[in-house]
Design a protein around this ligand. Structure first.
Ligand code: SF4
Length: 411
């Protein structure tokens, strides 16, 4: 038997859930009738009197996509919108560094990878925060139509979702996603744009937890490329190449910092013989940016910390293979993208969602440690002499495959 309070809770949840589910399935909104009595737990975002327009962005992660979508959100803010952002746990500390964003936190793990009941419960929780707020724009920045349900009960003057069937709402292949998110979200004209938007640096950052550097400091990112939904090892530059770079830098009396998230502990054994500064799994996302600020340069393949480093002032080398640097390389000064796989018929094999079922990412192996060091030296030299160097993408001179000795299976 259910107790009276429990029955009341069931009834209350039903009264909220049924109209929302009905709305999601039929497009007919019954919410005003039901929630007159059962008010939602909405996010408060300041005085209603002084906010005339609100925009809701639904993008839970991943780190790179969130960072690339930030300039679009800032464009809305500059147009006078109160920007609210439904975000996942991982990126929340980063978005908190942008005080003009009102966060709508969700348990993205429960929604994306939880059991059916967990998903439903968390979606209902999100709906209770966003269902009754007046939005002029609602942007769900996903292609997969199943994400449509996240903002189903939101009524908005303009409601958009990424779509491959309409040029207005797709991120055009080969264009920088920062620019494309801005074009789609801000409804910009699809015409000549001679310069790209740069990454949007946070207004507030914590102090770097590392002591002040006494010599040149270079950060490397040997792990990464995984998120809640996928492990994308094809994007990784071989760990032995990172070890070779670290050895070279240490032999030049530079400090080497290891950056990575909590899931990257597996890289540690490869560096255990080297006197590196190990920050794997110890930093928040804002602290990663602060540590990058304290470095002369960062070397990373295409993964979250590449984009965090893009928000910093450090010189940056991004190593690409199956993904196109034109889409993802942060476009600011002192950034070089190195695109391996020159001449490969299979490159780029990332189609926006999946990679080829490749057994050996020869594209990434084609970028050698010597080539990376050469670019690093050029970057450091320019900065030492105060020369401004615009972002660029370089490709290896040859399409020779990696030597047999370096061929390792994709983990
Ligand atoms: S070698 Fe080709 S198929 Fe394999 S990861 Fe690189 S681009 Fe993709």
């Amino acid at each position: 038997m259910l107790g009276a309070s429990c029955r009341g809770e069931v009834r209350r949840n039903f009264m909220i859930a049924w109209p929302l589910l009905h709305s999601a399935l039929t497009g007919v909104c019954l919410l005003p009738f039901s929630l007159k009595r059962y008010g939602p737990n909405v996010v408060e975002s300041g005085s209603k009197a002084d906010i005339t327009r609100r925009a809701l962005i639904v993008k839970f992660g991943a780190i790179g996509d969130v960072i690339m979508a930030l300039p679009a959100a800032h464009g809305l803010h500059q147009q006078g919108f109160q920007v609210e952002w439904a975000c996942g746990k991982a990126v929340r500390p980063l978005l908190e560094c942008y005080p003009w964003i009102k966060l709508v936190p969700v348990d993205d793990k429960a929604i994306l990878a939880g059991r059916p009941l967990e998903r439903l419960r968390e979606i209902l929780r999100l709906w209770r925060k966003i269902a009754f707020r007046p939005y002029q724009l609602c942007a769900t920045l996903y292609y997969d139509s199943r994400y449509r349900i996240l903002a189903a009960p939101v009524r908005s003057d303009r409601k958009i979702m990424l779509s491959r069937s309409s040029r207005d709402t797709m991120l055009v292949t080969g264009r920088q996603h920062t620019d494309e998110y801005a074009r789609v979200v801000l409804g910009e004209e699809d015409t000549v744009r001679e310069t790209s938007r740069s990454p949007l640096r946070p207004l507030h950052l914590p102090a770097s937890p590392l002591p002040a550097k006494e010599r040149r400091r270079i950060a490397i990112v040997p792990g990464g490329t995984s998120n809640i939904l996928a492990k994308q090892a094809w994007r990784r530059w071989p760990i032995e190449h990172y070890v070779a770079i670290a050895q070279q830098l240490l032999s030049r009396n530079m400090e080497v910092v290891l950056l990575g998230g909590p899931g990257d502990e597996w890289v540690r054994p490869s560096f255990q013989q080297l006197p590196v500064t190990d920050c794997i799994g110890t930093l928040s996302l804002p602290e990663v940016i602060s540590v990058c600020d304290s470095c002369d340069a960062v070397i990373s393949h295409d993964t979250g910390p590449l984009h965090l480093a893009g928000l910093s002032n450090a010189a940056l080398i991004g190593i690409f293979g199956p993904t196109n640097p034109s889409n993802f390389l942060p476009r600011r000064s002192s950034v070089i993208g190195m695109w391996g796989g020159h001449g490969f018929a299979c490159r780029p094999c990332y189609d926006g969602r999946n990679f080829a079922p490749c057994t050996f990412n020869g594209c990434m192996h084609q970028v050698t440690p010597a080539a990376v060091l050469q670019q690093l030296d050029a970057l450091l030299e320019d900065r030492a002499h105060g020369r401004l160097r615009e972002w660029s993408v370089v490709v290896p001179d040859t399409n020779q495959p990696a030597s047999a000795a370096t061929i390792l299976p994709v983990l």
